[in-house]
Design a protein around this ligand. Structure first.
Ligand code: FMN
Length: 364
């Protein structure tokens, strides 16, 4: 069972939805980086449940504690341990799911795989696990920002059938994205999305959506040939996030409908350096960053736990009607933004460290 990710910046997450605490151990963080809880907390606060009328009503402050790996506000190069307490658990809300697995959740597959599962809250399949990715991703993002000026910004680009229009990722900041609670910078679309999600929450239903992400100022040459191509690593990272069903880089599926003459990104000089006039490649060619912005889209399904009655069967094969109690997200995409940003930072930093090691040993 792999709870670890990355090679040179290696993170191992731990914890279930209703255990005492969740967290992460980070091995390979460069020494001498200024680091306190204040560097990590903002992204956890953007991820936390109970943050708006559109998210689950589970109330968690998600205050992070640095357990190890720093002294006097500087990283030591030793493993960094981070912990966040679980406080607002309500195991009794999951009583009816003990014998009846939730359709399209992980109850059935975990039970069949292990023969046992956490009795409430989805255990390890819960989005509580992503606290470790967000917290370690915040540290990776800080390293990348300080060394290379890398900027990573995610936003909600669609909810259900409601699509945003005219968003220019090149100038987007996290502050702009956070101007509304659905985290969509097209305010007209955001209003519609917010109303729609609020209606579904009231009705006990749920809906999916798409998160877009831009990664700016990535140095040229990041990514390894063949199996560790940069888009392959990013795809793995993004599809490891709970509820993800789709991943696109650059033009993605839309590019399949174009001709080569329309899709190619011609080279040009930009500020004395080689760049491209368009960016259908999404900043990656041959699995290696080309210096243009990396652009991603990640598709999230509607959360499986809905309180509307669903006809299903229990583990004994007997017909059952499941009406989930408890507090659940009607749409995960606003809370998924810092998770996507965190996973992107983990991939880029790990690949940067590999390229830096190679550069240090080059003969020419
Ligand atoms: C931020 C976030 C919040 C989530 N909240 C819920 C939730 O409240 N209820 C639910 O059923 N699933 C929720 N999920 C999704 C489940 O964790 C996920 O669907 C489940 O573990 C099954 O895994 P899979 O969808 O990847 O197959 C959430 C996912 C994310 C990223």
């Amino acid at each position: 069972m792999s709870s670890s990710f990355g090679n040179l910046f290696r993170v191992t997450t731990f914890g279930e939805s209703h255990c005492k605490a969740v967290g992460v151990v980070i091995d390979g963080c460069p020494p001498g980086l200024s680091l306190t809880e204040e560097d990590i907390q903002p992204q956890l606060t953007r991820r936390r449940p109970g943050q708006s009328a559109l998210s689950t009503d589970r109330q968690e402050a998600d205050k992070v504690i640095i357990l190890s790996g720093t002294e006097n506000g500087k990283t030591l190069g030793t493993p960094i341990g981070l912990q966040v307490a679980n406080k607002d658990q309500r195991p009794k809300d999951y009583g009816e799911m003990k014998d009846t697995p939730r359709p399209s959740h992980a109850d059935y597959t975990y039970q069949m795989k292990y023969g046992i599962r956490a009795s409430s809250g989805g255990g390890r399949s819960s989005a509580r696990e992503t606290i470790g990715s967000v917290a370690s991703g915040a540290i990776a993002a800080k390293v990348l920002k300080e060394k290379f000026g890398v900027e990573i910004v995610g936003w909600v680009s669609s909810v259900g059938q409601i699509e945003s229009q005219g968003i220019d990722g090149n100038n987007l900041t996290r502050d702009i994205v956070d101007q509304n609670i659905i985290r969509c910078p097209d305010h007209a679309a955001a209003d519609k999305m917010e109303k729609f999600v609020a209606e579904l929450k009231e009705a006990g239903d749920s809906v999916g959506g798409v998160v877009s992400c831009i990664i700016r100022n990535v140095p040229v040459g990041i990514g390894e040939p063949t199996f560790d191509k940069l888009e392959a690593k990013l795809a793995q990272a993004m599809l490891a996030i709970p509820a993800t069903k789709a991943f696109e880089v650059g033009s993605g599926f839309a590019g399949t409908r174009q001709k080569g003459s329309e899709h190619n990104d011609p080279f040009t000089m930009k500020n004395g350096k080689i760049g491209t006039t368009t960016n259908n490649s999404g900043g990656i060619q041959g699995g290696i960053s080309n210096g243009e912005n990396i652009t991603l889209r990640i598709g999230f399904k509607p959360p499986a736990t809905i309180s509307m009655p669903q006809e299903t069967i229990d583990f004994a094969g007997v017909k059952a009607t499941l009406e989930a109690k408890g507090r659940h997200d009607p749409c995960v995409v606003p809370r998924a933004i810092p998770i996507v940003e965190g996973m992107a930072a983990l991939v880029i930093l790990d690949m940067v460290l590999q390229q830096e090691a190679r550069n240090a040993m080059k003969f020419q």
